[in-house]
Design a protein around this ligand. Structure first.
Ligand code: GCW
Length: 667
């Protein structure tokens, strides 16, 4: 699994016959742009492995792939390609002729565009698609496409299920593990252009000179792949490292400390991206400790990084221990009044839903509600709440659902965040030292889907899965169709067996693995599952209408109106917004209770089916990857039954109802 989707294996003969004649040679001459050199090297490597021989790279042999920018390559310039609208990172792949010779051109306005175009061309070859007679134009819809690593300096990855952190802080900066290059290749192949190296629960030490030097070494590895490095910053670093008495953002000494720190970092990393900050959230320090606003805090840091062209990603994931308000409302309550108050190099990072990466949440009400503020959605690639690395849950549909959600303001979430100014998408990484990178083969697809959706939030998750399967397992249609279908329904299955019909936050305390809807005695009320499901003899669900917390009022009027009424609330979100009697009549005609049980059964049945389908694919997958996946599916099936049986047992202890007719009895 180490090769990920960059598995450059020889194509079957039929496909080879189609592709081979057109990749006889690679020509490039932007030798001063390292990203073009990277592109050429990658194409060389891919074609050598996929097609079986190394193409020459000199200009004298007949050219069949020409890479470059009009500014750096006379050959590209002569073609007078129309590269308008492609921006700094877009590309054009076009089959044409040069001096009577057929060529495939990969062009961009910058080396980054050439690099991304080259990976797109490699994908065509990997998938056995023709590369003659094609024109492919593509440019990213979002500017910042970044991974957030929740990696601690001691190597532990918070919510990581793929082993220790990839960054070996101990041997950096001297030793640049070749794996860092492979990490960069994988990201560049998806268009990911930034990485935040350390956990948002940040230690001040990450901003000390030794760690800056280590980060600089990683930045050197990533630069040829168009990837910038960012760091999570601890708000009280001026006190912990600088000996100041305060971290008050309006204190001139504090601001001066951050300016000097920024200068120091940019001296070591000239293309450093900036800071990510988790402030006043789950015990982290922040501007509220000094009675300042989140805008005050963010803008002070923004001023420090501004001279270097840096940015600040400021998280809106806040909920206070002392605040009795519905947790789902708190970020909006705190941030909405700050609209228009953030500096223009600040982007507010907002989780896709209002609670915390649950199997299903409605979209966050801040999207569309802060028209004068750049917002970037944060998705969780690591499956903290979706079965860690053991469950086969393809997150493409979850990500796409979040990005396509209609804000009620004429545009989807993906569209409102794709502004002219700063824009982006953050993904909490699922990567570690595991040989498979992500702790399982299928979790690689979630990294992949994140990257593809950051490039184009409107992309179709099933088409993304299909590409991933083809690149990862090969293009045999007997495999691609079934595996893509297995993936397509897997997230809905997880929702069914974990948290159907809009339920959320039912998981075990601390580790977040497995069911524990009965927990009611944790120190903070909003950590208890009972806070969220509110089940009693009369019914179940969280009333977020006017008779309850009125969280619906945070949405645009049309959406709010629909969500205020159970009859017009989408059933998958029903219990997120409403407390309803167990015999509430569902669209299927079943009672709510019978419907819940049917969902649990459906989820378990889906996983049982995954196992059967995967077993049947054994002849088409290499034994190692097949065996690992089969073993994990076995765990998943047991877990799905556990979720179902424990949940149903608990709910029926509360509602006193028997299992509905036709339900599968627990084991
Ligand atoms: O989901 C919660 C996680 C924490 C995480 C926090 C956050 C990094 O359980 O582990 O802390 O979210 O997003 O800040």
């Amino acid at each position: 699994g180490y090769d990920l989707w960059l598995r450059y294996r020889r194509l079957p003969q039929a496909a080879l016959d189609q592709v081979r004649p057109t990749v006889a040679a690679i020509h490039w001459s932007d030798s001063d742009d390292v990203r073009v050199q990277t592109a050429a090297a990658e194409l060389n490597r891919a074609t050598a492995q996929i097609l079986g021989d190394t193409p020459s790279s000199t200009a004298t042999v007949p050219r069949s792939v020409v890479l470059g920018t009009p500014g750096g390559s006379p050959a590209i310039a002569r073609l007078r390609l129309d590269l308008r609208g492609l921006g700094d990172e877009g590309y054009l792949i076009r089959s044409t002729t040069v001096d009577g010779q057929p060529v495939t051109v990969v062009a961009g306005n910058t080396g980054a565009g050439v690099l991304y175009g080259t990976f797109a061309l490699i994908q065509q070859i990997q998938l056995g698609r023709p590369i003659t007679g094609i024109t492919i134009r593509s440019a990213p819809k979002l500017k910042l496409r970044v991974l957030n690593h929740w990696d601690n300096l001691d190597g532990v990855v918070e919510r990581g299920y793929a082993g220790q952190s990839l960054w070996d802080w101990w041997t950096l900066p001297a030793f640049k593990d070749p794996r860092y290059t492979d990490y960069a290749r994988a990201n560049a192949s998806l268009g990911i252009n930034g990485t935040v190296l350390n956990n948002v629960n940040a230690k001040a030490e990450s901003l000390t000179a030794p760690y800056i030097a280590k980060a600089a070494a990683l930045a050197d590895v990533f630069r040829p792949y168009g990837i910038r490095v960012y760091l999570s910053a601890r708000f009280t670093a001026p006190m912990e490292l600088g000996g100041l008495k305060t971290a008050d953002p309006l204190d001139p000494q504090v601001a001066a400390w951050w300016r000097a720190k920024a200068d120091e970092i940019w001296r070591a990393i000239p293309d450093f991206g900036g800071f990510l900050v988790k402030a006043n959230s789950e015990g982290q320090p922040g501007p509220r400790d000094y009675k300042r606003t989140h805008a005050d805090g963010a803008n002070m840091l923004a001023a420090a990084v501004r001279p270097h062209g840096g940015i600040v990603m400021w998280r809106a994931f806040v909920y206070a221990e002392t605040d009795p308000e519905d947790r789902a409302k708190q970020a909006y309550t705190e941030f909405k009044p700050l609209d228009g108050r953030f500096a223009d190099n600040v982007i507010v990072q907002v989780k896709n839903g209002p609670i915390d990466f649950q199997p299903r949440e409605p979209f966050h009400p801040l999207f569309g509600a802060m028209p004068r503020t750049a917002l970037m959605p944060e998705l969780q690639i690591t499956k903290e709440y979706l079965g860690f690395n053991t469950h086969l849950v393809y997150l493409g549909p979850l990500f796409a659902e979040a990005l396509r959600a209609d804000t009620g303001r004429g545009r989807s979430v993906g569209q409102v965040v794709a502004g002219e100014r700063l824009s982006g998408l953050a993904g909490v990484a699922n990567i570690g030292q595991s040989r498979t990178w992500t702790g399982s083969i299928f979790d690689q697809a979630n990294w992949y889907a994140f990257g593809r959706l950051a490039w184009d939030p409107a992309a179709d998750p099933d088409a993304i899965a299909r590409d991933w399967v083809g690149e990862t397992f090969g293009t045999d249609p007997r495999l691609v169709g079934p595996v893509t279908a297995m993936m397509a329904g897997s997230r809905e299955a997880a929702v069914d067996y974990m948290a159907p019909l809009g339920l959320a936050h039912l998981m075990g305390t601390g580790h977040h693995y497995g069911p524990a809807p009965w927990i009611s005695d944790l120190a903070r009320p909003e950590w208890n599952p009972v806070y969220y499901h509110r089940a009693n003899r009369a019914g179940i669900g969280f009333d977020r209408t006017r008779t309850g917390s009125n969280a619906v009022a945070q949405y645009a009027p049309d959406i709010a109106r629909r969500l205020a009424n159970p009859a017009t609330t989408p059933e998958p979100l029903l219990l997120w917004f409403h407390h309803l009697p167990w015999d509430y009549r569902m669209q299927s005609g079943r009672t709510l209770w019978a419907e819940m049980v049917a969902h649990y059964d459906r989820g378990v049945a889906y996983v049982a089916d995954l196992r059967r389908q995967w077993a049947a694919l054994a002849p088409l997958v290499d034994p190692d990857r097949h065996a690992q996946t089969a073993a994990l599916l076995q765990i998943q099936e047991a877990d799905a039954r556990w979720w179902r049986d424990a949940s149903i047992a608990y709910w029926s202890s509360i509602n006193g109802l028997p299992l509905p007719p036709g339900a599968v009895p627990p084991e």
